[in-house]
Design a protein around this ligand. Structure first.
Ligand SMILES: Cc1cc2nc3c(=O)[nH]c(=O)nc-3n(C[C@H](O)[C@H](O)[C@H](O)COP(=O)(O)O)c2cc1C
Length: 170
C-alpha cells in the first residue's frame, strides 16, 4: 500500500501554508501520497501513516490551531513517524541564529518529547508589511526584524526529500 502522509499547517498570512504545499509537492514527487491541510480541518489521523506539522511563529509561540492539533492527537502522533517545523525568522543566515537559539516553542516541548518527532526544523519565514495590522507593524519595528520573503525553498525541499527517504526505508 502507498504511504499516505498528512502535511498539516497553521498560518496567519499564508507563508506557512505555501511551505506546507511545497513539502507536499516534494513528497508526491518522491512517490508518496500527501494531503496538505490546515491543522484545524483535520479530525482523524487514521488514514495517515505519517504526519508533518508546521506552524508560523508569532512572539515565540506557535499558532493555536497547531498547538491544539498536537494536544488533541497526542496518542495518534506518538504512534506514527512525525516531523515538526516552524516558519519564522526573517533575514539572511542560519534561522536558529536569527532567533537567538529559539527552535521550538517552550510550552510545547514536553508534548513534543512524548510524541518523539523524527525531526524539528526551523525555516525562514516571510513578512509582508501590507498585510499586517498596526500592532504587528509596531512589534516588527521594535524587534528590528527584516521585512521580506526569506523562505529557503531549497532547504524546505531537501527536508521533505529526507522525510520521503526515511518513509520509503522504513
Ligand atoms: C507581529 C509578528 C511577530 C512575529 N514574531 C516572530 C517570532 O517571535 N519569531 C519568529 O521566528 N518569527 C516571528 N515572526 C515572523 C513570522 O513568523 C513569519 O512572518 C512567518 O513566516 C509568518 O507565517 P504566516 O504567513 O504563515 O502567518 C513574527 C511576525 C510578526 C508579524
Amino acid at each position: 500500500m502507498e504511504t499516505q502522509v498528512l502535511v498539516a499547517y497553521a498560518t496567519k498570512y499564508g507563508a506557512t501554508a505555501e511551505i506546507a504545499e511545497r513539502i507536499g509537492q516534494a513528497l508526491r514527487q518522491a512517490g508518496l501520497r500527501a494531503d496538505v491541510l490546515p491543522a484545524a480541518r483535520v479530525a482523524d489521523l487514521t488514514p495517515y501513516q505519517a504526519v508533518v506539522l508546521g506552524s508560523a511563529v508569532y512572539a515565540g509561540q506557535w499558532r493555536k490551531e497547531a498547538v491544539k492539533f498536537l494536544a488533541a492527537n497526542e496518542k495518534a502522533l506518538a504512534a506514527r513517524p512525525v516531523w515538526l517545523f516552524s516558519s519564522g525568522p526573517t533575514g539572511e543566515g542560519d534561522p536558529v541564529q536569527l532567533t537567538k537559539g529559539w527552535s521550538f516553542p517552550e510550552a510545547q516541548k514536553p508534548l513534543a518529547e512524548r510524541i518523539r518527532p523524527r525531526d524539528i526544523a526551523l525555516f525562514h519565514g516571510a513578512v509582508d508589511m501590507s498585510k499586517l495590522n498596526l500592532l504587528e507593524r509596531l512589534v516588527l519595528k521594535a524587534m528590528r526584524a527584516p521585512v521580506g520573503d526569506f523562505r529557503d525553498w531549497n532547504a524546505i525541499t531537501s527536508w521533505a526529500t529526507a522525510i520521503a527517504d526515511a518513509l520509503k526505508e522504513g
